[in-house]
Ligand binder design. Structure first.
Ligand code: FUB
Length: 332
């Protein structure tokens, strides 16, 4: 299984000429077992998908009232169909400065260690303690311990609430973090030991890259065909019209121009679809979108489930609208 997490797509992109491998939506592998949707049991949101070695991982937010969001579970699978729960891979007791609202993991491997970026406390101003933190472990399943003993980003910059971070490694080895709630997004370049931020090429530390007035939160970046794709969530996550949109640019710092919506509610399937991540299988250039959605008939904003479906590009490299399903994806 030759697979790479989307944050490793810089290396993969060399082998994928832009637009050369476009594929229309299709129903494939009818003989293989299907994952079904949702793929995780229980209320889980903001799923971060990763591939470490030959194992698929999902690190979600536990979707509960904020005061009860005091830990993270992880899930692993050999085939995208059979998932094993790893409870409490990061507990709030391991983060001295966090008290609630543990959200939106972004997990990467670097030099044989695993780094778990998270948001905590849902801070509303710079007087509150909280923001984006980072924890570290020797194994994907943890246990993770706080790396810094304080937030990595603990204040507002350019109006962006410090939440919903996504960590991205570029071709040249530079690590970037894209983040931000409250309708503003920033990009920062991380120090190599993830202990803080260092100046971007233009000298700024926190560069605003808000791609469109519709931007709300849930940033994600990947590289394909030498270009940078920026994806994000729009609307309110408690509302049915939560959705995912995207833009493309020649640099990770943009400028980005919104192209369109690719994931949104379907009256036959679910509402409130958003805050996603991606898996890219390099061997057959297939892409999977892992996202949360609200089952039809559910009204509690915390009742969000994690689902997986295929994502396709057209010949120009544009992302085609995702068809949400109850069937999910075939085993691989
Ligand atoms: O799960 C908590 C928050 O809901 C996330 O930070 C947002 O992106 C939204 O999904």
């Amino acid at each position: 299984m030759a697979l790479g997490k989307v944050v490793m797509a810089a290396a993969l992109a060399v082998a994928i000429p832009f637009g050369a491998l476009a594929a229309p939506p299709k129903q494939d592998a009818p003989d293989r077992p299907m994952s079904g949707n949702p793929i995780l049991p229980g209320w889980y949101a903001d799923p971060e998908a990763a591939v470490f070695g030959k194992t698929y991982w999902i690190y979600p937010t536990t979707s509960k009232p904020y005061a009860e969001q005091v830990g993270f579970d992880a899930f692993s699978s050999p085939d995208l169909v059979h998932w094993t729960r790893h409870p409490d891979v990061l507990k709030i007791e391991a983060i001295s400065w966090a008290k609630e609202a543990l959200w939106a993991p972004s997990v990467v491997e670097k030099d044989g260690r695993y780094y778990f970026f998270f948001s905590a406390n849902d801070i509303k101003n710079d007087d509150e303690v909280g923001g984006i933190g980072v924890a570290v472990a020797d194994k994907p399943e943890g246990p993770y311990r706080d790396l810094l003993g304080k937030p990595l980003v603990g204040t507002f910059h350019n109006g962006a609430q410090p939440i919903d971070q996504f960590v991205f490694k570029d071709d040249d080895g530079a690590w970037y973090m894209i983040y931000g709630g409250w309708k503003h997004a920033n990009i920062v370049r991380l120090k190599d030991d993830f202990s803080g931020v260092q100046p971007l090429a233009d000298g700024t530390l926190f560069k605003e890259i808000t791609p469109a007035p519709e931007y709300v939160e849930g940033s994600l970046m990947f590289k394909r065909g030498g270009r940078y794709y920026y994806m994000w969530s729009e609307g309110g996550w408690g509302e049915p019209d939560y959705a995912v949109a995207y833009a493309i640019a020649d640099k990770p710092t943009g400028p980005f121009k919104r192209i369109g919506t690719i994931l949104q509610q379907d009256p036959e399937i679910a509402t409130s679809a958003g805050h996603h991540s991606l898996i890219h299988a390099a061997d057959d250039d297939s892409w999977y979108i892992v996202y949360h959605r609200r089952p039809l008939g559910e009204t509690s904003r915390h009742h969000r489930v994690t689902a997986i479906d295929r994502m396709y590009f057209d010949a120009q490299g544009h992302i085609l609208p995702v068809k949400m399903t109850h069937e999910g994806v075939p085993a691989r």
